[in-house]
Design a protein around this ligand. Structure first.
Ligand SMILES: *[C@@H]1O[C@H](CO)[C@@H](O)[C@H](O)[C@H]1NC(C)=O
Ligand SMILES: *[C@@H]1O[C@H](CO)[C@@H](O)[C@H](O)[C@H]1NC(C)=O
Length: 236
């Protein structure tokens, strides 16, 4: 009898430990690295969880594909759905994050990198991207695919040991409407901390032929463009 209880004890202890902690897969780097044998991390199931991220981020003309799986101590903080943001001039963020806190190793599947779309959806937003500033000069651009919101945000971006402030505007998925100042977006390779962020439904593109100045966007948004034209005129 005593030996039976002694045998049972480790099993009971193990069960109670499993109820409060969750094991997640960990990996970083390429999709192949994340599909292959991976490490694990443990997190308190009450507040934490597992996530995996696959991203295509093209900034300053440099495209980086990143993959990672990790534990998080703040399961209820962060953007749960895939987000894509198109900031003009070939600059975009496409981040697919999958979250779970149900079963051990529930984040072992590698998410797909969002593809992005070139199909115009009849909406438009001011777009711009600028490093080392907290404002950027925007120009109106058509939105594509399921990017039906306009986002205006600024903050800091950290990638490895490099850190910079940035300002950006662009077309974005509706999933970005939960992004607020003070929040962070943890991608595979970068951490974005937002000092401000507003995301609201995009305006319809005016019918072609209509004067842009008659649109609902303020005239000031067109000033950088007009200044450019004047400069070209003066220089010509
Ligand atoms: C567009 O991106 C290229 C490559 O990063 C950069 O050299 C250029 O200055 C950008 N143009 C504008 C208008 O932002
Ligand atoms: C994100 O990854 C999941 C899992 O692979 C996939 O089903 C989904 O379509 C992906 N979402 C986007 C926007 O790529």
């Amino acid at each position: 009898m005593v030996s039976f209880i002694l045998c049972l004890l480790p099993a009971l202890l193990a069960t109670s430990a499993q109820a409060s902690t969750l094991t997640c897969k960990t990996c970083a780097g390429s999709a192949d690295a994340c599909r292959a044998a991976q490490g694990t991390c443990r997190v308190d199931k009450a507040t934490g969880g597992c996530y995996s991220v696959a991203e295509d981020i093209t900034l300053e003309g440099i495209k980086t594909m990143g993959f990672a799986s990790r534990c998080t101590n703040n399961y209820n903080m962060g953007v749960k759905d895939p987000v894509t943001l198109t900031l003009g001039n070939g600059t975009y963020l496409r981040i697919n994050t999958t979250w779970c806190n149900t079963d051990n190793n529930c984040n072992s599947a590698v998410p797909e990198v969002p593809k992005g779309s070139t199909t115009k959806n009849g909406l438009q937003c001011p777009t711009c991207w600028s490093l080392s500033t907290d404002t950027c000069d925007s120009h109106i651009a058509p939105c594509t695919g399921d990017e039906t919101y306009c986002i205006d945000f600024a903050g800091t971006i950290r990638r490895g040991s490099e850190k910079s402030t940035f300002a950006a505007k662009g077309c974005a998925t509706a999933s970005t409407k939960v992004i607020k100042g003070g929040m962070g977006l943890f991608s595979a390779l970068s951490t974005f901390m937002f000092t401000k962020a507003t995301s609201k439904p995009a305006e319809k593109t005016p019918p072609s032929g209509a004067s842009p100045a008659l649109g609902r966007f303020s005239f000031a948004l067109y000033l950088p463009g007009l200044t450019g034209l004047l400069l070209v005129k003066l220089l010509a």
